[in-house]
Structures are given as C-alpha cells and as structure tokens.
Write a protein that binds this ligand. Structure first.
Ligand code: ZN
Length: 380
C-alpha cells in the first residue's frame, strides 16, 4: 500500500534524529515494543520470539495504521526510559562492534528478562556468584567443567578442580581483567581472565553454553570491582570509576620479534596489549606470556617508531619499541598492521601513567630483580 509505505517513510525521517543507542541507519522496528532497531539487533529481536518482540522492516513490510500509531506513541526514548530505568552502573552497555554475546544479552536483559525494571533479577550485583564454567587446561588444552566462586567481600575469584577440596587457584578480583574472546577461544560465549600470579601474568580461558551465564560472570566481576573501588576511593565519582573495571585488549596479533642480541633472528610471537602491558606468547591461548613489556610514558624514555635499530635486518614491516632497558625490534605481517600497532602503542605512551599502572610496573620489576633464571623482561 503506497500510503502506508509513504507514511512509514515520513515517520522514519521524523524520528531518525531521536534514535540513540542503535546503529546509524535503523531499517527495522519492533512494533509491539515501539522502537527502531538496526539490522544486527533485529536478528536478536527475532530470536526472542514474537511474544517478546514483533519485528518489521520499515520499507519492505506492510504497516497497519495502529502499528504506526504505536511507534509514534513510544519511540526509542520513551522505551529506553522504561526498559533501562535501573541499569546498574557496573553493567557494560554494548557499543556497535562489540561481541555478539554482549549485544544479544543486553537486548535479552532489557526486553525478555526485564532486568533493568526489576533490580532483584540482577544476580551479578550481589557480590557473590558460583557455578560451573568450562575451563581450558593449562597443559592439555582440553576444556573441563570447573566450579568458580566469586566473593566481593574476600576480593577473590576461586576455582576448584574437586568441589570439596582446596581451590586450585585464588585470583584477586582487584588484579583481574576479563575480556570476551570469542574469536580466539572459538566459542561464542567465552572469556579470557588475565591476572597477576607471583609477579607475572597468567591467562585462564573459559566458556559456557549459555550466553546469559557468561555475561553474568563478566558483569559480576565488574560489579565487584566497582564496589571495592567505591570503598577504596570514596571521593571518586562513579562515572570515573567505571572506566577502571575491565579493559578490552587494545590490540592482539602475530608479530615477529628478535632477541636481545643483534645476531638474533626474528621469531613469530602472539602479542597482546593489555592496558600498559605488552605481552608476547608462543601461541594465542598460552597460559603464561613468554615475556611482558611495561609500556610507560614518553617522558620516562618510551617510544615507538618505524624501522629497526642499526645492525638488525629489516623484515619489511618492521618497527621498534624503546623502553629505558632495551629496544625491541618487531615486525608485522603488513604495512597496515604495522601502522596500527604503532598507533595503539603511541596512544599508550602519550597517556599519563596512573598509580595503578605504577603498581603493576613495580610488581613486574620486582620479579625481574628476584629471578635470575627466568627474567620476564628478557627474551626467551
Ligand atoms: Zn542495533
């Protein structure tokens, strides 16, 4: 029907500027909820079933007057006020380009479980969580069900191999970073837990079949972190503290790196930039990095540039990272990759060093001073 189509068109143009928190060009709508949505979100809305969300294309589907009325009546702003009324500050609201599980669970939390209308349903804010996650073995790379227990009061996340025995590991929540790692791990609902153990970094990889469960664990870590920070820094604002809960890796990928001697050849390593820590590994899912490089501020002698030091053979897309101790000669697979690494490292080098950064640096340095055989700053 032409009238209907033109009506929805015109109505689209009127409303498009009101749309927040959806992609730039919403082509779809949920006409019972009364919101415009992008293509990616429309798939999630469909998967919830028509009892939750009824999806139509703005141009290709036929619109009834009453449906258009409903859209006019509600719209994204009003719906947001209703469905996002009580989003806890520790909850990570997804942005475009975030992992699918985070986007999907945000939508389900809003419309299917109505978690943000009913705070009692926000199980991740209570400061305690326990349950089973599939954890990758440190040596054999097999995934096994392990019981995890999170306690905000104790600042710990523990996991158990046998339920009634001592925990296999106790992680400090305050020293823990959690990131979604679906591509690397190969499961859509998976997390990488990264923490300090005896002065160096340890990685744990977990997944769960249900997206809701993995997201709840992720948010539980964030919420526990926020509550502990609020106690430690009572004068800091909440909006400032939420920036320190979890941090996605600024970049990961393969690079080639030389040893400390000019004659050393380039070796392939998996690099991960976690805040100010540049780690390199033999394989992406290794439990421990082979080495960790603290990336400090330019004024303290840190820099990055295209090319390698004199005497080292340039591999093609080489660049070098200079720290007060040493210059690392690195090489990327392409010009684009090299430029991107330089860009993200420059951003870190220009950023002021926080007291937390200094604490991490101190722990890494102390370990270097204490160990003769395996130095984390030395190449292996
Ligand atoms: Zn969307």
């Amino acid at each position: 029907m032409n009238e209907l189509i033109s009506l929805s068109f015109c109505f689209l143009f009127f409303n498009v500027y009101l749309i927040s928190s959806v992609g730039p060009n919403p082509e779809w709508a949920s006409y019972n909820i009364g919101i415009f949505i992008c293509t990616r979100c429309s798939g999630v809305h469909r998967s919830m079933g028509v009892h939750i969300s009824k999806v139509k294309h703005l141009k290709l589907d036929r619109w009834e007057d009453s449906q258009v009325e409903r859209m006019k009546e509600v719209g994204n702003i009003k719906a947001k006020m209703k469905y996002e009324e009580r989003v806890p500050p520790c909850y990570r609201r997804p942005k475009e380009g975030d992992p699918q599980v985070l986007i999907e669970q945000w939508i389900r939390a809003k419309y299917e479980r109505e978690e943000f209308c009913h705070p009692a349903r926000q199980v991740y804010t209570s400061g305690y969580m326990q349950g089973f996650l599939m954890k990758r073995g440190k040596e054999d790379s097999k995934y096994q069900a392990r019981k995890f227990v999170l306690s905000e009061t104790d600042d710990t996340l523990k996991y158990f191999v046998r339920e009634n025995k001592e925990p296999k590991a106790i992680l400090r929540i305050s020293e823990l970073n959690v990131v979604f790692a679906p591509d690397k791990i190969g499961y859509p609902n998976s997390l990488q837990l990264t923490f300090l153990k005896d002065g160096s970094t340890r990685h744990i990889y977990v997944y769960h079949d249900e997206g809701e469960v993995i997201t709840n664990w992720y948010m539980a870590v964030r919420c526990a972190k926020l509550h502990r920070l609020q106690v430690a820094y009572p004068s800091a604002s909440e909006s400032e503290l939420v920036h320190h809960l979890t941090e996605d890796f600024a970049k990961e990928g393969w690079l080639w790196k030389t040893g400390p001697r000019l004659s050393d050849g380039f070796r392939k390593r998996w690099f991960t930039l976690d805040n100010r820590k540049l780690m390199y590994h033999d394989e992406p899912l290794d439990a421990n990095p082979k080495g960790e490089i603290f990336v400090g501020h330019a004024l303290d002698g840190y820099s990055v540039r295209i090319g390698v030091v004199a005497g080292v053979k340039d591999q093609g897309f080489s660049f070098s990272l200079t720290t007060p101790e040493r210059t690392y000669n690195l090489s990327a697979q392409s010009e684009h990759e090299r430029d991107h690494w330089i860009e993200v490292l420059e951003r870190v080098i220009e950023r002021p060093v926080t007291p937390q950064d200094t604490a991490i640096c101190g722990r890494l340095m102390r370990r270097r001073a204490n160990t003769n055989s395996i130095s984390i700053f030395s190449p292996r």
